[in-house]
Design a binder for this molecule. Structure first.
Ligand code: 13P
Ligand code: SF4
Length: 356
C-alpha cells in the first residue's frame, strides 16, 4: 500500500524569486532580450502565472502566453529552433517530449511544482502496479517518468470531458496527483476514481471561511476558482475552470467585480480581457492560518526577463536546457499524444462536448 503521508512533503523550501524589472531598466532589458531571441530564432512561451514583465516580453516578441495545454500545442507547431519555456519544469519537459528536435531552455531548471514533487515516479509506479484494473490518468503537472507510466495525460481544461468519456466506456480511473482536482472531477462526473493525494501549494491555501466573508463584503462580485482549490472554495464559485477558461468566461460575466482564487499572475491577462472590472484576489490567510505561498507560485516566480537573457547568452546552456532521456520521452509521448488527439477531437466535434 502506498503511504501518502510518508511520500508527500508537507513543507517546501522555496527558492528566491526573480527580480522584477525596475521601470528605468525595462526598455533596455526588453530590447536586449528581443535581439537575442531573434539571433537564436527563439520564442518565449509563458504561463499565465509568470510575472507580468515575462508575459509582456512574450507578447511583444512574437511568443505566446497560455495555459499548460495551449503552451504545449503552441510549442509543438511553432517554427522556432529554440523555445524559452517560462513556467515550471513539467512545462519545459512537455515541450521537449513533443518537440525533441527543438532546444528547450528554461530561465531556471529548479522551477518545480509541488504536484510533481508530491508524486515521485517509483512510488507512483507501485501504486499503478497495485491497481492494474484501472486506467491511469495523470495531470500534466507531473514528471516525464510519471507521464510515461500513464495511459492518459490531462490538463485542467479538459479533465472533466476525458474522465466522463473514459467512465462512459466503463473504465475505472486511477488519478494522480492533485487531490482537490481529483475530488472535483469525481464529484462532477461520478466516475469511479482512486486518487493520489498531493496538493498545489498555491491553491491549497485559499480559505473558504475568509472567502465567505469577502463575498459578504462584495455581494455583487463573481467568484472565479481554479479546481486545484479545496472543495469548500470551489463550492462558492460562479465559474470553475483552467486558467484560460477563467479568462474567457470573465469577460462575458455581467458582474463588475471579480474575486479570483488562483495565482495572481493571471491578473496580467485578466485585466487585458476585462479592463473595466475590479479584481480581488481570494483570501489565502484565514483567521489563525499561515500562508507561505500567498496566491503566487514560488517556482513560477523564478522566471524573469534577466534570467531569459542569461539563458540566451550562456556559453554553456547545460544549466538552462531541458533534457529528457529518450526511452522516457517516447513513453510520455504516447499519453501526451492521446491528450492532444482527444483535445482535437473535441474541437472538431468528433467527440461531442459535454461541457461549455
Ligand atoms: P492550467 O492548466 O490551468 O494552466 O494550470 C496549470 C497549473 O499549474 C495550475 O496551478
Ligand atoms: Fe504547481 Fe501549484 Fe505552482 Fe501550478 S501553481 S505550478 S500546480 S505549485
Amino acid at each position: 500500500m502506498v503511504d501518502f503521508e510518508k511520500i508527500i512533503p508537507r513543507e517546501y523550501t522555496y527558492p528566491r524569486a526573480a527580480a522584477q524589472l525596475a521601470e528605468g531598466e525595462k526598455e533596455q532589458c526588453f530590447a536586449e532580450a528581443a535581439a537575442l531571441l531573434k539571433e537564436h530564432n527563439a520564442a518565449v512561451i509563458a504561463h499565465y502565472y509568470c510575472n507580468a514583465d515575462v508575459q509582456e516580453l512574450a507578447e511583444k516578441t512574437g511568443g505566446f502566453i497560455g495555459d499548460s495545454l495551449e503552451m504545449a500545442k503552441w510549442g509543438r507547431k511553432s517554427p522556432f529552433d529554440t523555445l524559452i519555456v517560462c513556467g515550471v519544469r513539467f512545462m519545459g519537459e512537455t515541450a521537449k517530449i513533443l518537440s525533441p528536435e527543438k532546444r528547450i531552455l528554461m530561465p531556471s531548471l529548479s522551477a518545480e511544482c509541488s504536484l510533481d514533487l508530491g508524486c515521485p515516479g517509483e512510488e507512483f509506479s507501485r501504486f499503478c502496479d497495485e491497481n492494474p484494473d484501472r486506467t491511469v490518468v495523470v495531470y500534466a503537472n507531473t514528471s516525464a517518468a510519471v507521464k510515461a507510466r500513464a495511459d492518459w495525460v490531462v490538463t485542467s481544461s479538459i479533465a472533466l470531458e476525458l474522465v466522463e468519456y473514459l467512465s462512459s466506456r466503463g473504465e475505472k480511473i486511477l488519478w494522480a496527483p492533485d487531490r482537490h482536482l481529483g475530488a472535483y472531477i469525481e464529484r462532477m462526473t461520478g466516475a469511479d476514481m482512486l486518487r493520489w493525494q498531493a496538493h498545489c501549494v498555491v491553491h491549497d491555501e485559499f480559505k473558504a471561511q475568509a472567502l465567505e466573508k469577502l463575498r459578504a463584503a462584495y455581494p455583487d462580485a463573481a467568484v472565479l476558482v481554479h479546481p486545484e482549490s479545496p472543495a469548500a472554495v470551489v463550492a462558492q464559485a460562479d465559474v470553475v475552470g483552467s486558467t484560460s477558461q477563467l479568462i474567457r468566461r470573465a469577460s462575458s460575466l455581467p458582474q463588475k467585480t471579480l474575486i479570483v482564487a488562483t495565482d495572481s499572475g493571471i491578473f496580467y491577462r485578466l485585466r487585458q480581457a476585462c479592463p473595466d472590472k475590479e479584481m480581488i484576489i481570494a483570501p489565502t490567510g484565514g483567521e489563525g492560518a499561515t500562508c507561505k505561498s500567498c496566491a503566487h507560485c514560488p517556482w513560477m516566480a523564478m522566471n524573469g526577463v534577466k534570467e531569459i537573457r542569461a539563458a540566451l547568452t550562456a556559453s554553456d546552456t547545460a544549466s538552462y536546457e531541458i533534457q529528457v532521456p529518450e526511452d522516457v520521452r517516447r513513453g510520455a509521448l504516447v499519453s501526451l499524444n492521446r491528450l492532444l488527439e482527444f483535445s482535437d477531437d473535441l474541437a472538431s466535434g468528433k467527440i461531442p462536448r459535454t461541457r461549455k
